[in-house]
Design a protein around this ligand. Structure first.
Ligand SMILES: O=C1O[C@H](COP(=O)(O)O)[C@@H](O)[C@H](O)[C@H]1O
Length: 238
C-alpha cells in the first residue's frame, strides 16, 4: 500500500455535539487569524446534512464576519426555494447571528443548466482570494466528496490537479440533479483542510479509501492523496 504523506490526522469525538464545537472553534481561530493578518478570510463549506451542527456553533463565533467570504464546495442545480439547495441550508444554519454579515458567494445561478453559468461562475471564483483559509469537506457513504461522485461524467476534470477551471458541471447516477463543484486544486490548497464525517458507515468508507484503489470507486481518495504540506484533518464522531 502506498503511504499517504503527510498522513491524515483523525480526530475522534465521543459525540457529534463535541465534534461540532471543536471544529467550529478551530475554524473560527483560522478565520480570525486571517482577518488579523490580511484583513479578510475565505471559508469554503460543504452542503448535505452533516454540517448543520457545526454551522450552528460556528455562527456563534465572535469574529469580524463582515470580512469573511463564505462559499460552498458544491451545489445541486436547484434554486434556494428547493429543499435540496445547499445554499438554503447554509443560510438557515450558518448565515445568522453575527455570521449573517459574512459575504456569501453562491454557486447556483438562475440559468437552465450548470453549463450555462460556468463562465460567470469561473470569473467569480478567479476573483476570490486563494488559497482559501479553510475548506471543510463532507463525504457521502458512496465515497463522494464535494460533488466528486463515483462514475460522474466530469470526475476526471474535477479532480485534475492541473486544471485551471475553478468550477465544473457534474452529472452522476447517484447525484440526483445536475451539480456544480469546485475543483480539487482549489480545495486542497486551503490552509486548513478538514473532512467532517459522522457514523460508523462513513468511518469504514474513509478507512477503505486510505487503502489503494480506484478514485472512480471512492473519489474521496483524490483528496486523501492530493499533494499538501499540512495534513488533512479528519473530524469524526459516531
Ligand atoms: O450531496 C452532498 O453530499 C455530501 C455528503 O452529505 P451528507 O448529507 O451525507 O452530509 C456533501 O458533503 C456535499 O456537499 C453535498 O452536496
Amino acid at each position: 500500500m502506498d503511504a499517504i504523506t503527510p498522513a491524515p490526522v483523525l480526530h475522534r469525538y465521543q459525540t457529534r455535539e463535541a465534534l461540532a464545537e471543536a471544529l467550529a472553534t478551530g475554524v473560527a481561530a483560522v478565520l480570525a487569524g486571517a482577518i488579523a493578518t490580511r484583513g479578510s478570510a475565505t471559508l469554503a463549506v460543504s452542503g448535505g446534512s452533516t454540517p448543520k451542527r457545526f454551522f450552528e456553533r460556528l455562527a456563534e463565533a465572535e469574529i469580524d464576519w463582515r470580512n469573511v467570504r463564505v462559499t460552498l464546495v458544491d451545489e445541486r442545480w436547484v434554486p434556494e426555494t428547493s429543499e435540496r439547495s445547499n445554499a438554503a441550508m447554509l443560510r438557515r444554519h450558518l448565515l445568522k447571528n453575527g455570521a449573517a454579515e459574512a459575504r456569501f458567494l453562491p454557486l447556483y445561478m438562475d440559468a437552465p443548466t450548470p453549463e450555462d453559468a460556468l463562465t460567470d461562475l469561473g470569473e467569480r471564483f478567479q476573483r476570490l482570494a486563494r488559497p482559501f483559509d479553510a475548506a471543510i469537506l463532507g463525504m457521502g457513504a458512496d465515497g463522494h466528496t464535494a460533488s466528486f461522485f463515483p462514475d460522474a461524467d466530469n470526475l476526471a476534470k474535477a479532480i485534475d490537479m492541473a486544471t485551471d477551471a475553478p468550477v465544473v458541471a457534474i452529472r452522476a447516477p447517484g447525484a440526483g440533479e445536475p451539480r456544480v463543484t469546485l475543483t480539487l486544486p482549489l480545495l486542497v490548497d486551503a490552509h486548513l483542510l478538514a473532512l467532517h464525517i459522522e457514523g460508523e458507515e462513513k468511518l469504514a468508507v474513509y478507512e477503505t479509501a486510505l487503502k489503494d484503489g480506484a478514485t472512480t470507486d471512492l473519489p474521496v481518495r483524490a483528496v486523501l492523496r492530493a499533494p499538501r504540506t499540512e495534513p488533512l484533518n479528519v473530524f469524526w464522531a459516531p
